[in-house]
Design a protein around this ligand. Structure first.
Ligand code: IVH
Length: 701
């Protein structure tokens, strides 16, 4: 019956809206994705069967309607203002002082919110339905982007409940989260499609699409931050109250918004957000501080294009444009040759940057980078500066980049530079050197690998030698205090040190004679070197700098093999048993110890007195040393293999059957014979919860 169809359509739309809100608006889904998909599929099927019943606010309409010929202009009833900017505590205090001056020293509370780096939009809701979405434009006139905004899951097409005013305008920021940005670009890269330059640019470009289906495929989100205007009598009294109502109607608001009672608390908020900037799920360029009372806001009013009642506290920009002056090729510890762009110095992320890693030649090609190009440089947090895109001079519209990747350590070696005038449109003029800039050996690039390498052995190339020594001395490795990079360079360049073993044979007089050294420093260094002889097996393995063996893998290897000899003699298959060691890592480790030179170095280091506690000594000191445990039944929280590893890590032996020598049985649900046997022999039994408590108490969970 037709009415039944309508009832089901209404019900499905209501359910989907509710789950959209829970998922996209509140980050608190109540059903699994598959259940949601089932509801959605049912709605689509029903609408296909009854196309005349499709409404504009049906959740199915988010996929994006027909392309538009152009965007219509929208005049904002209330201008969308911009904000005064401040960058220091003193400037913020001045602004506060001016507010107090105008209000006659009333007390002021503030609403502080992250200033998300996205696109400002205004949404008009009429009788609970999204009626219009517009860009800010010049503040007076924007563009009608309703068709695009309809595709954004966190923008309700219909509000929750019926308490919202009959007509009102809400404002907020549309953005792409860092995670979505990364995932989008990874997918695009895999499909050899264009990637987005940065989240802000991606959001702006996505909203500027005439074809809403393109927008629908972009991971846009929206946070609402204020009311533009409201029809009817209802008015909130404060900014916080407005936010609470927006949230109650189903609009997404930023949970970081906070009411603070004075300017000192405001400053604390600024510092807190600055500290957490890198960990926030979206890019911000600062914090917006608003006078909380809307009545005080009214009295403060606005000057030409900005309100007096709010201010943007800007953090240092994380992106800036500059020019690539040259490219140097640096040689790392494992011989990897990394192109590094030499930049016209530029202030970005709070520091002056003059180098940016280019990772490898594939990256250079993907960026389409040439000497002399203008580039966008990004330095977020403590991350090594990256070039995110080449700016094609005179190009407009949506920008695309090629990608981002992790940083790589490197040292200064050969360079390519050029005369700027000759460098315009110079793409393709960055060439991988054929010889290692440090030792002149041929540069090789194995088939299928992005990284080119110096073909010389680590001990033969001074650049690899320096990096290797630096790594050996580093904090997580042998932790040799006072052996910094400059000193390593001197030691290698003077020929005093070739391998880590040479460090232990350094002569105090010779050392003291080095520039900037002196007796005291030499003595301190020798003492630090001496102290470093006593180490742990894990640190030592890590210090060797075996390719693909980081700190965690070194720890796993040490725990598994217990001593150096069994590790050195292990076959690739034996190595693969170790947690986190796959075939590639296993092959690298086996190849390392299979090399005579490496084996000689290890022997020499041991002969120089490098040592670690023996397995026996270490195991004897462990909390479960000397105990035999038995696991039985299924564990719910972790696989049995993991439980076994944890027990071994605590010094226990894990046996397959219970005897009178068994110290403890861990019995999960459905434990059978072994449990009965334990009870018979009077062996203590614990359940999974007690076992987990024990792991926690020993800091292994
Ligand atoms: S309040 C007059 N709050 O910053 C009030 N703006 O210059 C102006 N922005 O592009 C807006 N996050 O889109 C406000 N929590 C926030 C904001 C915010 C980002 C953007 C806004 C506009 C610019 C204001």
């Amino acid at each position: 019956m037709a009415d039944e169809v309508q009832a089901r359509l209404d019900e499905l739309r209501r359910l989907i809206r509710r789950h959209d809100h829970l998922y996209h608006g509140l980050d608190a889904p109540e059903i699994a994705n598959a259940e949601y998909d089932a509801l959605f599929d049912e709605l689509l099927a029903l609408e296909r069967a009854h196309p005349d019943r499709i409404t504009e606010d049906s959740p199915s309409q988010r996929v994006g309607g027909a392309p538009l010929p152009e965007f219509a202009a929208v005049t904002h009833e209330v201008a969308m203002l911009s904000l005064e900017k401040v960058a220091t505590a003193a400037e913020l205090a001045e602004w506060h002082g001016r507010c107090l001056g105008r209000l006659g020293d009333e007390s002021l509370a503030f609403c502080c919110e992250p200033k998300i780096d996205g696109v400002a939009v205004a949404l008009i809701y009429e009788h609970g339905r999204l009626a219009l979405a517009a860009t800010r434009g010049d503040g007076r006139t924007g563009e009608d982007i309703t068709a695009n905004v309809r595709t954004i899951p966190s923008v309700p097409l219909r509000l929750q409940g019926d308490a919202a005013p009959p007509r009102f305008e809400v404002r907020g920021e549309i953005y792409i989260s860092k995670q979505d940005f990364k995932a989008f670009n990874e997918r695009a890269r895999a499909a050899d499609e264009r990637t987005l330059v940065n989240p802000r640019n991606g959001a702006a470009g996505s909203l500027r699409q005439l074809d809403p289906k393109i927008t629908a495929a972009r991971p846009l989100k929206m946070y609402c931050y204020s009311l533009g205007w409201v029809a009817g009598d209802w008015r909130p009294e404060t900014q916080m109250e407005a936010l609470q109502h927006l949230a109650a109607w189903g609009l997404r608001t930023n949970p970081e918004a906070k009411l603070v009672q004075d300017i000192a608390a405001c400053q604390a908020y600024l510092e807190d957000i600055a500290e957490r900037r890198g960990a926030l799920p979206y890019d911000i360029d600062g914090v917006v501080v608003k006078v909380n009372s809307l009545e005080q806001q009214r009295r403060l009013g606005a000057v030409t294009r900005r309100p007096r009642w709010a201010v943007a506290y800007k953090y240092p920009a994380e992106e800036a444009t500059t020019r690539v002056l040259g490219v140097e090729f640096q040689v790392g510890r494992t011989g990897a040759i990394t192109p590094v762009a030499k930049l016209e110095p530029v202030f970005v992320g709070g520091v002056t940057v003059s180098n940016a890693t280019l990772h490898n030649m594939d990256e250079v090609r993907r960026l389409g980078l040439g000497l002399g190009d203008r580039v966008m440089v990004r330095r977020a947090g403590d991350v090594i500066p990256q070039i995110v895109s080449v700016i094609k001079e005179g190009a407009g519209g949506e920008q695309f980049e090629a990608g981002d990747a992790d940083g790589a350590p490197a040292i200064d070696q050969g360079a390519q530079t050029g005369d700027e005038a000759a460098l315009a449109n110079s793409q393709g003029n960055i060439k991988l050197p054929t010889q290692c800039p440090a030792c002149g050996s041929p540069v090789v690039r194995p088939e299928g690998e992005a990284v080119a390498r110096c073909s010389a052995a680590a001990t033969q190339c001074p650049a690899q030698r320096k990096e290797g020594l630096q790594h050996y001395a580093s904090r997580l490795a042998m932790d040799i205090e006072g052996l910094g990079y400059k000193l390593v360079e001197q030691l290698v360049e003077t020929g005093m040190v070739k391998t880590p073993a040479d460090l232990y044979r350094l002569d105090a007089r010779e050392l003291a004679a080095l520039p900037r050294m002196g007796d005291k420093s030499a003595e301190n260094l020798l003492q630090a070197l001496s102290a470093s002889r006593s180490t742990t097996l894990a640190r030592f393995i890590y210090a060797l700098g075996i390719r693909e063996v980081g700190e965690a893998t070194a720890q796993n290897l040490a725990a598994h093999f217990g001593d150096l000899a069994p590790l050195c003699n292990a076959t690739a298959e034996e190595l693969e048993v170790v947690p986190d060691v796959g075939p590639i890592v296993a092959a690298k480790i086996a190849a390392y110890f299979g090399n005579k030179g490496n084996q000689a170095l290890v022997d020499e280091l041991v002969a120089e007195g490098v040592h670690w506690p023996t397995v026996e000594a270490r195991v004897a000191a462990m909390p479960l040393a000397g105990q035999t445990w038995v696991l039985t039944g299924s564990l719910e929280e972790m696989p049995r293999s993991e439980a076994k590893q944890k027990l071994i890590g605590l010094g226990a032996k894990v046996a397959g059957s219970v005897s009178k020598n068994t110290a403890q049985v861990v019995a999960g649900p459905a434990a059978g014979n072994k449990l009965a046997r334990a009870e018979e022999l009077g062996v203590p039994v614990m359940d999974e919860a007690a076992f987990l408590d024990l792991l926690r108490a020993n800091n292994v969970l």
